[in-house]
Design a protein around this ligand. Structure first.
Ligand code: GDP
Ligand code: MG
Length: 426
């Protein structure tokens, strides 16, 4: 059984919390793309955790976690994240964490490149990409230029160190062009030595491990890091991440391109949020935005940045569901809408005087205006509801309406950040 958990919107839909909940029925959780630009907040009986690189299954004692070849891994950040979780009482060992030898290493110079380029863009155009400044775009670029280092190379440092001086020379050509001080071979060696040594025992051929586990009948879950609209091919390029966030990529990014997913569960938020720049048609401004941001606690887990917010966007969500091939939906954060008499939904976009219902190309998106409709709110606290029957009629109507407008079954509804604050809609 292979299930993919993926985001339908712009990210921060609550993927981490759903993986934490649903992984109770799985043996293995794999992250298949992205790096420490992710921020999954998970609240359960063991505490409140923010996961950037580690799969969200790490909080369950009996789940094995895999970091796949599609990931980019900042060694220092991963060591810090492991350390922090251990301090929080979480066990992490080569038994429950396996890192792909083919995963890419994010280098300190990639982080520098990200910062240099965002700052240059800000000055030159006033329109930075809204990057998390954690080196993700530059390290994926290096991967495709075949200049990146892979985790497996940490197992043969003498070969790695032979390759290092030329890469440093090549990278310095770029760094100097930005007017920054060159990096040194010694510093990069120190990075590999200090953090690589700590991670050596976790590095394996995860494909071999996953195929053997699958053959034994183990249940495998793939965890996406960002939403469909941040996908490098299908998202709002260039305001996207630099990896494939969609479910179809999960087996490839996890290390098992030979396997096919059985189920895609899309995580979709009951309203919209978007961190960083780019077109966000349904966006609220002013007081309306402040109210929703406060109610939803919409501040980035990885960066602390206030997230842009808006009502549920049918046009974007339907596109996200198509991209993810979602079989069913987990609708999250419904409780955030408790405080409204009337709830707005963005049902269509208006483009040059015409009403459209398809999600257009990025440049065209900039010209689109939202068309809002209002539905009746429930205006009561639903955070204690645990069964469908506990929900007020208006909340059930809202769920049914989204189901109808988006054309996908809503199987789960979450009404709080805690692990058990979730309703199964059978
Ligand atoms: P992810 O990146 O998709 O894993 O999502 P984030 O963790 O970045 O953002 C989701 C935020 O909403 C986190 O702070 C969660 O603790 C919180 N959250 C998740 N589900 C719910 C819910 O049903 N209700 C409320 N109020 N908060 C939730
Ligand atoms: Mg997040």
């Amino acid at each position: 059984m292979l299930t993919s958990i993926c985001g339908i919107n712009w990210g921060d839909e609550g993927k981490g919390r759903m993986v934490d909940l649903l992984s109770r029925d799985y043996d293995i959780v794999c992250r298949y793309q992205g790096g420490n630009n992710a921020g999954h907040t998970v609240v359960n009986d063991r505490g409140r955790f923010i996961l950037n690189l580690l799969p969200s299954g790490i909080l369950r004692e009996d789940v094995v976690n895999v970091m796949g070849p599609g990931m980019v891994i900042d060694l220092k950040h991963l060591c810090g994240e492991i350390q922090k979780l251990r301090e929080g009482g979480i066990t992490i060992s080569p038994e429950n964490l396996k890192i792909s030898d083919k995963a890419i290493i994010t280098m300190p110079y990639n982080v520098l490149q990200d910062i240099m380029e965002e700052d240059r863009l800000s000055k030159a155009t006033g329109k930075p990409y809204g990057s998390t400044r954690r080196g993700i775009a530059p390290v994926y670029a290096d991967k495709y230029l075949k200049k990146a280092f892979r985790m497996g190379e940490l197992l043969n440092p003498e070969l790695l160190y032979k390759r290092l001086p030329d890469i440093v020379d090549w990278k310095n050509m770029t760094i100097k062009a930005y007017g920054f001080n060159p990096i040194t071979v010694a510093d990069m060696k120190a990075y590999f030595e200090e953090y690589g040594t700590l991670l050596k025992d976790y590095i394996v051929d995860v494909g071999a491990y996953l195929n053997a586990a699958h053959a034994e009948g183990k249940k495998i879950m793939f965890e996406a890091q960002l939403g469909a609209l941040r996908d490098i091919d299908y998202g709002i390029v260039p305001y996207t991440s630099s990896s494939s966030t969609i479910a179809a990529y999960a087996p490839i990014g996890a290390g098992v391109p030979n396997l096919k997913i059985d189920k895609s569960i899309g995580i979709m938020k009951a309203y919209s949020s978007c961190v960083g720049a780019g077109p966000f048609t349904c966006e609220y401004f002013g007081e309306k935005a402040e109210k929703l941001r406060e109610l939803g606690g919409e501040y980035g887990a990885a960066t602390g940045r206030p997230r842009r917010v808006g009502p549920f966007d049918v046009v974007a969500s339907r596109y996200g569901i198509m991209c993810q091939g979602a079989d069913e939906i987990a609708l999250t954060k419904l409780d955030v809408l408790d405080g409204y008499d009337e709830i707005e939904i963005c049902t269509h976009y208006e483009l040059e005087g015409k009403i459209i219902d398809h999600f257009p190309f990025t440049d065209v998106l900039d010209m689109c205006k939202p068309v809002f409709e209002k539905v009746k709110g429930w205006h009561t606290d639903i955070s204690g509801c645990r069964r469908k029957e506990d929900l007020p009629k208006e909340a059930l109507d809202y769920i049914r309406l989204l189901e109808e407008l988006c054309g996908c079954k809503i199987k789960y509804v979450s009404v709080g950040a805690e692990r058990d604050a979730c309703i199964v809609m059978d």
